[in-house]
Design a protein around this ligand. Structure first.
Ligand code: AMP
Ligand code: ZN
Length: 136
């Protein structure tokens, strides 16, 4: 189902033009308009889900299978050295478009990008505390 006024719904449906690199009945993959590296692409489900928490499980399964296939094709054809998958949920996580999308970011030696910048240190005690909280 499409959501009103959702730009990625419109792009996924082909109502707004995009540089499409893949399409099937469930997904469209496009080039990101603001690429962080050469070939930065987005996989968009054709049915609207705002984020990972809303994404149906069958779509979640399929999107990773597609990322594997497309990621390998991109790495090969772009002669990339690596690939990051990135998926933002919520403003705090940097999500700016509220329609689920999976970033495929080809990486090149010395491309100057830092996808996971600024790591902190944690003690074993701190990690154990967080482990307890997450398991619940
Ligand atoms: P996020 O921050 O995870 O929500 O990512 C949104 C991404 O969508 C950004 O990398 C934008 O550059 C990209 N973007 C926004 N609008 C468009 C568009 N019309 N076509 C292609 N990419 C877009
Ligand atoms: Zn949408």
């Amino acid at each position: 189902m499409k959501a009103d006024n959702c730009i990625f719904c419109k792009i996924a449906a082909g109502e707004i033009p995009s540089k499409t690199i893949y399409e099937d009945e469930d997904f469209r993959a496009i080039l990101d308009l603001g690429p962080v590296t050469k070939g930065h692409a987005l996989i968009l489900p054709k049915s609207h889900a705002a984020n990972l928490f809303e994404l149906p499980e069958d779509v979640a399964s399929k999107v990773m299978v597609l990322a594997k296939k497309l990621g390998a094709q991109m790495k090969e054809n772009l002669k990339a050295d690596g690939l990051n998958l990135l998926q933002n949920n919520g403003e705090a996580a940097g999500q700016t478009v509220l329609h689920f999308h999976l970033h495929l970011i080809p990486r090149y030696e010395n491309d100057g990008q830092h996808i996971m910048g600024n790591p902190k240190e944690a003690t074993q005690e701190e990690l154990a505390e967080i482990q307890k909280i997450i398991i619940g």
